[in-house]
Write a protein that binds this ligand. Sequence first.
Ligand code: GLY
Length: 369
Amino acid sequence: MTHDTWPAHVIRRTFMDFFIARGHTEVPSAPLVPKGDPTLLFTSAGMVQFKDLYLHPKNLAYTRATSVQKCLRAGDLESVGKTLRHHTFFEMLGNFSFGDYFKREAIEWAWEFVIQKLHLPPEKLSVSVFEDDDEAYGIWNREIGIPASKIVRLGRKDNFWGPGGKTGICGPCSEIYYDSGPERGCGRPECAPGCDCDRYIEFWNLVFPQFFLDEKGVYQPLEKPGIDTGLGLERLAMILQGVEDNFHTDLFHPIVEALLDMMPEGFRITPEERMGINMVADHARALTFTISEGIYPSNEGRGYLLRRLLRRALTRFYSYGITEPFLYRLVDVVVDTMKIDYPELEGRRHDTATIVRGEEESFFRTLED
Ligand code: GLY
């Protein structure tokens, strides 16, 4: 493993410094519960805290921003633990323009960052553009020099982003993929970026917000288009650390190791069981971050998602022979792994663990009954 070369905290800092040097203001992560935004249960992307700046790009304190955003997405819940790349809680690195620069700079800087800062081999990279976005295609092909064989045109499902809720900012996008090798692919002749298998890892999404989708379903053009990018930290860490999947990165490794240590003696870890362990590691992060922010398990709304995460984790481990509370012990591991960039977790460590333990005790009692 090569956690030492590119630990996650160095990736976060390198990304933001790169964009600060290009005139961006560093903005702290917004909370997981978006303030004053009834369209979303949780912050699901870096752009959520900037929505209004796209709509009214006049007299802003800054027109370029960069952030590392804590995100939570419940839509992929069933995929967590079935694939190696889906998460509920994750971090998104982003650079944003509010009526300032547009496609050319976004594409040029993204390429400069991956080649000159991260030193990713260009032959492993390919890109996608929205099917009729000839402008983005031309920038990648003629200005950056990406051969046509490495640019795919994809439809709405893959290359039109947003909005995050039912209404909001959205637009065509262009993605950067890393080829993790044919041995990880589905082997089908048509396998290419956009395929559902694990070969082509989409790690950076460059969105070109041009519209506001209103309540009537009309795409209203924005007064000035902007930029909204989302680079998945866990996926990038996997690529840079040269490990087999996100769960082997330094973001997850200590949590997974703690879970492996909890397994009953003689427990055989098949790939299926390992997926269950990954799922529990994912849920432990989501629970630690949300509860630290003051969201508690309950029977409705946000709290209901937390209760579901907790129960999914406990039910899976119950089937592995773990019949005593264990998740609360992972809170410490998550806090220790993440506190370097989220020091606020530290002060809530004890309370978070106590809440998790209380939920565990009552659910284990139900399972026993
Ligand atoms: N808003 C960019 C993304 O979520 O990919």
